[in-house]
Design a protein around this ligand. Structure first.
Ligand code: TYD
Ligand code: MG
Length: 452
């Protein structure tokens, strides 16, 4: 039985329930309902007087709502993912695993923007001012005119932001803030939502751009960011595989720009370095390309990126063979394996299959299907693909190889990096040939026949 006044907030999706249960009825996550004091159950409207909704005509709005000038931070990879600079008055959530480099990135963004005359504040709830300054010093940013504060009380932060006028404010992180209007502890869904709501309101009212840092873990262990996602204008994910220096900033939601852009950085001793031309970054340099490797000519946002798919197909020692994939979707791997089995006669039933995207990049483009299939077939048949060959193409369940977008851009980049040929879809090849000779295949069997 629920105690009087007690409510239970899901730490994953933020839904509020009046009764505890093992599984959240809203998002079906297990063991995520936690009792929170002071959260209101759905439908509990406050009693403040409602203002009347005003009618507005769309016509005539153009002149009033001309897009505001964007605030360029000078970190180009960041500005591009934001959609060409940060929109004043907007709120952006930057989520990522603890330790991936969110604080480092935003400190650099602040320092760079400050150099361009943008009034920046960096408010940390995690580190003391001396620590932040020490870090800035190590990164060579000590001279940047950024206001630093170590603060976790929302009231103090709001007071400060109302008093001084800033153009860009970083809150690191939203999980450390607490509002004294709620009894729940910092980091709980109630607090995270309340603090984010207030900050977003302030952003809109004062025209300040607010960048909120949110820690996320893959299994959703840390509460918060999910409930903030719909409050903010843009959600950016900062990703990186352990053991690789590369960090990718990816748009997950953006009211002011496309979400397929990525920003590429490299973590070094003195902070993050922008990688302006990432096309060759994810290639395995040097040495022969072994059986099981295929170079995918991909497109990330507006830029071509070449990346190596590495597959290993080995006899399984157990009854249930293993399927492990890094950097690609496991559902997609299952589909490609099924197509290879059903249409090309390759058997994986008693084999372990490992698929890895080199360099720590995560590929989501369907155009990578054929590259993954080529890597898998190459490993299964133990035949290496030609050294100078790139692969792209989408697969259908019937084993057809489909045309993909921007083929000439892919070919041109591959040619620029010294590749000499491509394996791709027969359909949609550039008229009169592209920058590289393409072995066009209509079906996956044709591709496998060429490999084997
Ligand atoms: P940080 O920005 O603190 O991560 P987050 O805010 O996402 O938790 O970055 C932490 C990691 O970055 C830490 O493991 C050390 C590494 N790092 C470098 O390798 N070089 C640097 O110059 C800095 C500042 C950090
Ligand atoms: Mg941090």
């Amino acid at each position: 039985m629920a105690r009087d006044g007690a409510v239970y907030a899901c730490q994953s999706c933020g839904a509020v329930q009046t009764k505890w249960s093992g599984q959240c009825p809203a998002c079906q996550s297990w063991n995520t309902l936690v009792e929170e004091v002071g959260a209101k159950p759905p439908g509990a409207l406050s009693t403040t007087k409602a203002t009347r909704v005003r009618g507005l005509q769309f016509t005539g709005l153009e002149s009033e709502t001309a897009p505001p000038p964007r605030l360029m931070t000078g970190v180009d990879e960041f500005d591009r993912v934001c959609g060409g600079g940060v929109v004043p008055g907007s709120a952006i959530l930057i989520g990522g695993d603890p330790g991936v480099g969110k604080s480092t990135l935003l400190l650099q963004v602040c320092a760079s923007a400050a150099q361009r005359g943008v009034a920046c504040a960096y408010i940390s709830g995690e580190e003391a001012v001396e620590q932040i300054r020490g870090r800035a010093d190590r990164m060579g940013l000590a001279k940047a005119n950024v206001s630093l504060a170590a603060e976790t009380s929302l009231r103090d932060i709001l007071d400060g932001l109302k008093r001084d006028s800033f153009d860009l404010v970083v809150i690191d992180s939203i999980q450390t803030l607490w509002s004294d209007a709620h009894e729940a502890g910092p980091g709980t869904v109630t607090q995270v939502r309340a603090c984010a709501t207030e900050l977003v309101r302030l952003a809109k009212k004062k025209g300040v751009a607010i960048l909120l840092v949110g820690h996320v873990t893959k299994d959703g262990q840390i509460a918060g960011p999910r409930v903030v996602e719909h409050l903010v204008d843009a959600v950016l994910a900062f990703e990186g595989e352990r053991g690789y220096p590369f960090r990718i900033l990816r748009g997950a939601k953006n009211r002011f720009g496309a979400t397929d852009e990525i920003g590429v950085f490299e973590m070094g001793d003195v902070g993050l370095r922008e990688v302006k031309n990432p096309s060759a970054l994810f290639l395995n340099e040097g040495g022969e390309r072994a059986a099981g490797a295929a170079v995918f000519a991909g497109i990330e946002g507006s830029r071509p990126v070449l990346v190596e798919f590495q597959a290993l197909v080995a006899p399984s020692a157990y009854g249930t063979p293993r399927r492990a994939v890094v950097g690609w979707d496991s559902g997609r791997l299952a589909m490609v394996l099924a197509v290879l089995e059903a249409r090309c006669g390759l058997g994986f039933g008693d084999k372990d299959v490992y698929l890895n995207v080199a360099g720590g990049l995560r590929i989501t483009e369907p155009a990578a299907d054929l590259a993954a299939a080529a890597a898998l077939a190459s490993s299964a048949l133990d035949v290496a693909l030609p050294q100078d060959c790139v692969v792209f193409g989408e697969l259908s369940l019937s084993g057809e190889v489909r045309a993909v977008s921007r083929m000439e851009t892919r070919l041109k980049e591959a040619a620029k990096l010294g590749f000499g040929r491509a394996l791709g879809p027969l359909a949609g090849l550039p008229e009169g040939g592209g920058s590289l000779p393409v072995a066009g295949v209509a079906r996956l069997t044709d591709a496998v026949r060429r490999i084997g």
